[in-house]
Design a protein around this ligand. Structure first.
Ligand code: TXD
Length: 307
């Protein structure tokens, strides 16, 4: 039985659950601390079953015992930053939510893989690893799939090709100092810089780094959720279907890329064991300096959390 639970039935969690249903995952649990929210959304989704023809069952609940036998638990529970709230306030609030959610996951789905989505992503993924006591390959975060998708979409749009004709890799933190590897941006196998020119490529990179903020600015009352929900569902699917796909993920570094005891975005292979392998690509000196800088910000934030 392919069972995925999604904690947090807000915008990203609900979208993720719906995309999982469209991918024919057999059993999906949607859980939220707000009574009725997950139940209501799950019933609404199930009413689309005769229209869309998916096979699975989506159940909404606030009861963690429903997580039993989940192969994957996607965690989207958390708060978004409100006016007057500092990043540090958000960090502490979400850390306490993740603490509680991960303890419940550990107790009710002890054999699951955990995919973190809540921000600040790199920090919350590390916290989930610590609180769960799970092996590091069983705890990882979603950011790179989204950031590269945004970038590939923007590049494809500029040159009028399909996004699947664009290859790209973004590593490091899920923040403004994420590292876009220009050298590996290809359009139909050709270097994007040759096709697009340096200035257009820089514009697209800049828009990618600010893509979350662009959407917040337009929505005003929330942040992006269609692409984030789809990205988390894709990662869960890779575990359930044991696809061994390569994708960027926030993974535990144990000496890879020269860093230890930190979670950051790197290319990995995802399969039934979670992060099955980190693909340690060779970085140029400039790329390495940018990556080091990005990891430096993550380590600083981890220090602020005083784990
Ligand atoms: O790339 C990425 N990783 C991200 C991260 C992309 C988009 C959004 N990203 C982050 O995901 C965002 O900054 C938030 O930290 C989370 C969730 O975003 P979403 O847009 O879904 O937020 P909502 O709509 O406010 O939903 C959060 C839900 C809401 O229904 C709360 O009631 C619930 O989380 N919540 C809880 N559920 C269970 N248990 C507890 N303790 C709890 N606390 C809040």
């Amino acid at each position: 039985m392919s069972k995925v639970s999604v904690i947090g039935a807000g915008n990203v969690g609900a979208t993720c659950a719906f995309v999982l249903a469209l991918k024919n995952i057999e059993e999906i649990i949607l859980l939220d601390v707000v009574k009725g929210l997950a139940e209501g959304k799950a019933i609404d989704m199930m009413q689309s079953k005769p229209i869309l023809g998916f096979a699975g069952q989506i159940t909404g609940t606030s009861d963690y015992s429903f997580l039993k036998n989940s192969k994957v638990v996607v965690i989207t529970a958390g708060l978004a930053r409100k006016p007057g709230m500092s990043r540090q306030d958000l960090l502490e609030k979400n850390a306490s939510i993740i603490n509680e959610v991960v303890m419940q996951t550990k107790n009710n789905a002890p054999d699951s893989k955990i995919i973190l989505v809540t921000n600040p992503l790199d920090i919350m993924t590390y916290l989930a690893y610590k609180v769960s006591g799970f092996e590091p390959n069983r705890v990882f975060g979603m950011a790179g799939v989204l950031d590269t998708a945004r970038y590939r979409y923007f590049v494809s749009d500029k040159v009028s090709v399909m996004p699947n004709q664009v290859e790209a890799l973004i590593i490091g933190s899920h923040a403004d100092d994420m590292v876009v590897l220009d050298r590996l941006t290809k359009i139909d196998g050709q270097n994007a810089i040759d096709k697009l020119g340096k200035s257009d490529l820089e514009t697209v990179k800049d828009r990618t780094k600010k893509a979350g903020a662009e959407i917040v600015g337009l929505l005003k009352t929330g942040s992006a959720y269609f692409a984030p929900g789809a990205a988390a569902a894709k990662m869960a699917e890779a575990v359930i279907k044991d696809t061994k796909e390569q994708m960027p993920a926030c993974a535990y570094l144990n000496g890879e890329f020269g860093f230890s005891d930190v979670y950051a975005g790197v290319p990995v292979v995802i399969g039934k064991n979670g992060v099955e392998r980190i693909i340690e690509i060779e970085l140029t000196d400039d790329e390495k300096a940018d990556f080091d800088n990005s990891i430096g910000s993550i380590k600083k934030a981890l220090g602020d959390l005083k784990l």
